[in-house]
Design a protein around this ligand. Structure first.
Ligand code: PDD
Length: 286
């Protein structure tokens, strides 16, 4: 089946979807995006993703072009057009097409684009744990906005790849922020810690679900600042994202984390996470 995408009101084959070279997403990186996992044909945690999309749009002063039900209808149709099942859905909204000028254009409709691709369960490699590097956070001060302009994240991720690692963990002013495309958890003596939400990191939907699962199962989880020094003594380190779920980090800058294999607290949380997903597939939770 050919890949169908959504562009400005139409569902078309990906090869036929065309955007002007003057689109501000192309020229300035002027837009925001979301990535939503689809399980058994249904949008996982949709309302949380749409709330964050709305926050991102407000953050860059683009009016939300669709209502919550409008988004749900478009995205559901897109998933159905692409055969249901498990997919990874990407959507972006840019400030639209206008002659190149830094100031906002007047009366220009935003460009709305969404695509969805098949998604498989996280690979054995991810379950076995990944290697990471520790780098300075070189991004701007509005990291809570899910902006399509990702050059710093891309440069840091490639730096990790060049060092035979999978993710770059970032710090700013001696405090950990997040991964280049993930949130960060540090575990010591059974206590789970993740940096608090602020303008310095993306409020991850997976992060929030991990915190929620801890709350629901009386597992000690703190949201507080974490110093780089704390990484050295950590028993476990994890990164989380919608597409990769909860991934153990087993080595940072060639130094083993804890015993160098995925730890018991990760095993507990990934089991709770998978259970939650199965409940979602069965239609029992949002
Ligand atoms: N990225 N932090 C950053 C910088 C991210 O790019 C992402 C996800 C996350 C995790 O957020 P969530 O749990 O809502 O997926 C945190 C997506 C997957 C991407 O850019 O492809």
């Amino acid at each position: 089946m050919s890949n169908i995408v959504y562009l400005n009101g139409d569902f078309v084959a990906a090869a036929d979807a065309k955007v002007s070279v003057l689109d501000r997403g192309f020229v300035f990186g002027d837009g925001v995006y979301e990535v939503i996992p689809i399980y058994s044909g249904h949008l996982f945690r949709l309302n949380y993703h749409l709330k964050r999309l709305n926050d991102s749009l407000n953050g860059v002063r683009i009016e939300n072009p669709l209502s919550t039900s409008g988004w749900a209808e478009v995205l559901t149709t897109l998933i159905d057009n692409n055969g249901g099942g498990d997919q990874s859905l990407y959507l972006q909204v840019t400030r639209g097409v206008a002659p190149r000028d830094h100031r906002f254009p007047q009366n220009t409709p935003p460009t709305i684009f969404a695509m969805s691709n098949p998604m498989s369960e996280p690979s054995a490699e991810l379950k076995a744990g990944i290697r990471a590097i520790l780098v300075e956070d070189i991004r701007w001060k509005l990291c809570n906005i899910k902006a399509i302009a990702l050059l710093p994240n891309i440069l840091l991720r490639q730096q990790a790849v060049d060092a035979q690692a999978t993710e770059a963990l970032m710090y700013r002013d001696g405090l950990l922020t997040e991964g280049s495309a993930s949130n960060l958890f540090v575990i010591k003596d059974g206590i789970i810690v993740t940096p608090p939400k602020s303008n310095l990191l993306l409020p991850g939907i997976t992060r929030d679900l991990v915190v929620e699962l801890c709350d629901n199962h009386q597992i000690h989880c703190e949201q507080r600042e974490i110093s780089v020094k704390e990484l050295e003594n950590a028993d476990e380190v994890w990164v989380t994202s919608s597409t990769k779920e909860i991934v153990p980090v087993i080595e940072i800058d060639d130094i083993k984390v804890g015993s160098g294999i995925p730890g018991p607290v990760w095993k507990r949380l990934i089991t709770l996470y998978r259970d939650y997903k199965n409940q979602f597939r069965a239609g029992n939770v949002q």
